[in-house]
Design a protein. Structure first.
Length: 479
């Protein structure tokens, strides 16, 4: 993407990881003009964040890439514990649940991070957007009217800037926003993508080897010929060279160095947990790893990051395209920072063996009940709760699901088992749908936000217009 081809910009997104690309997709479908810049010449090449939690699968489905995620990923393999070159027992590291009407995805989905990013970039391009690669942010200035981003290829002016540039965020450092956190584990770790000789190790299990020097795991990555290798170092420092990775596998497993036919990518890191002291500075927002850094245990980092983007995207869209007050953007930090803090605590406890990878890791139970945009309750649900899936049960719906109704950048007013005072919305920002009474909801009216959470709930429409006005939805008439 040539920077000089960009005419007008609403939002500059710094970083083309999962968070930045998801935000780019969400803004593009809202007709918000966004520029995604990435200092590297290409997408990140490694598998690093390989676990897609059920809630994130719902988000990706709404963004239009659900089929691609289903095609290129697969369920997490069951763990196989090894000792002295012999299989000992299976150990499933995850809670697995069958899909239900309300929760269509019951278990984590495995897909290497590079594939997730490829899928999101392809979707961004379908929507008319793109990424400016080899383009680094070198500085920024902001005033009452906008942000000037100084890039290695020139300067651009935008209404807002979003830092999605990772744990060492250039933007966060430029703003002087501190990160508060701790070292989760003093032992350094190595992660690598490798290929293993076909007759040396099967792809049916997630192989776990423990020893005095630390654990080592080899996880087959669905849709590829690769394994992700993760190794802990209780002593010494990781050697990330190809020879070092092969020697590591030979020293800690029954495999030989020659069994590792390729080392595609490798890196070292030290598990830590850190949270930015604030997620906003004027017209600049922090999202993803720029705002919170997780231990990889439990698979929460990428997932929390994508959901930051999902929360921020619709709010920027309402302000920039539908005249919502700028104050709406205050709710991003108010809603997302407590969630990030909770997920950091969860990742840390899982890493230290203090909590299993249970239902909390799936992120289906997260919500915003205490948030500033949650008003009322009805039936079985409270505002701020995730809106469950289920059969649509409307005229000519056929086999459609509620998630099919919700899909898109609009709000949805869902009337479950009632027609009480239903309004019509002329602005195109709200879709009205009637459905039969349904246990997951009970009966009542539920306004589903563009990010799939219930913003307002009630037995009738009293107070609905007042709720919607600050969100940029004002054109309401009675049926």
């Amino acid at each position: 993407m040539e920077l000089n081809s960009v005419k007008e910009i609403d939002v500059v997104i710094v970083g083309a990881g999962p968070c930045g690309l998801a935000l780019g997709c969400d803004l593009a479908r809202r007709r918000v003009r966004a520029l995604v810049v990435e200092q590297s010449p290409a997408l990140f090449p490694g598998s690093r964040g390989k676990g897609i939690q059920p809630r994130t699968r719902e988000v990706l489905d709404d963004l239009g890439v659900g089929d691609a995620v289903r095609e290129h990923g697969g369920p997490a393999p069951v763990g196989m514990v090894w000792q002295d070159g012999e299989r000992q027992q299976e150990h499933d590291m995850f809670r697995r649940a069958s899909p239900t009407e309300a929760e269509p995805y019951g278990e984590p989905w495995m897909m290497p991070q590079w594939r997730t990013q490829e899928i999101l970039l392809a979707r961004l391009r379908e929507l008319g957007g793109d990424v400016a690669f080899s383009t680094a942010l070198t500085g920024l200035d902001q005033d009452a009217d906008g942000v000037t981003a100084r890039l290695s290829t020139g300067s651009v002016r935008a209404s807002y800037l979003v830092a999605a540039d990772g744990g060492r965020s250039t933007v966060r450092r430029a703003l002087g926003i501190a990160m508060t956190g701790e070292s989760v584990d003093p032992a350094p770790m190595l992660v690598a993508d490798v290929r293993v000789a076909e007759d040396a190790l099967d792809r049916l299990n997630w192989h776990v080897m423990s020893g005095e020097q630390g654990f080592l795991t080899l996880c087959p990555l669905p849709g590829t010929a690769d394994f992700q290798l993760v190794a802990q170092f209780k002593e010494g420092e990781p050697d990330t060279s190809q020879e070092g990775v092969r020697a590591l596998v030979a020293a800690r497993t029954h495999l030989t160095a020659q069994d590792i036919t390729e080392v595609l990518w490798s890196s070292d890191f030290r598990p830590r947990a850190a949270l930015a002291d604030r997620f906003r500075d004027g017209r600049v927002f922090l999202a993803g790893d720029a705002a919170h850094v997780h231990s990889p245990a439990g698979g929460q980092g990428l997932n929390t990051s994508v959901q930051d983007a999902y929360n921020l995207g619709w709010k920027l869209g309402q302000v920039l395209r539908h005249g919502a007050p700028v104050a709406l953007l205050d709710s991003y930090e108010e809603e997302r920072r407590p969630i990030a803090a909770d997920m950091l605590g969860l990742s840390t406890r899982i890493h230290r063996g203090e909590q299993e990878r249970g239902a909390a890791t799936q992120q289906l139970g997260l919500g915003y009940r205490e948030g500033p945009l949650s008003v009322g309750r009805a039936g079985a649900l409270h505002s701020g709760d995730r809106a469950p899936d289920g059969p649509a049960y409307g005229p000519a719906d056929g086999g459609r699901r509620l998630f099919d109704i919700f899909r898109g950048p609009q709000f949805t007013l869902l009337a479950v088992g009632t027609d009480t005072g239903l309004p019509a919305f002329d602005s195109g920002v709200v879709r009205v749908h009637r459905t039969d009474a349904y246990e997951a909801y009970g009966k009542g009216l539920f306004l589903v936000r563009p990010d799939g959470y219930i913003g307002w709930a009630g037995e009738d429409t009293s107070g609905l217009a007042q709720y919607l006005a600050p969100l940029g939805v004002a054109a309401i008439t009675r049926c």
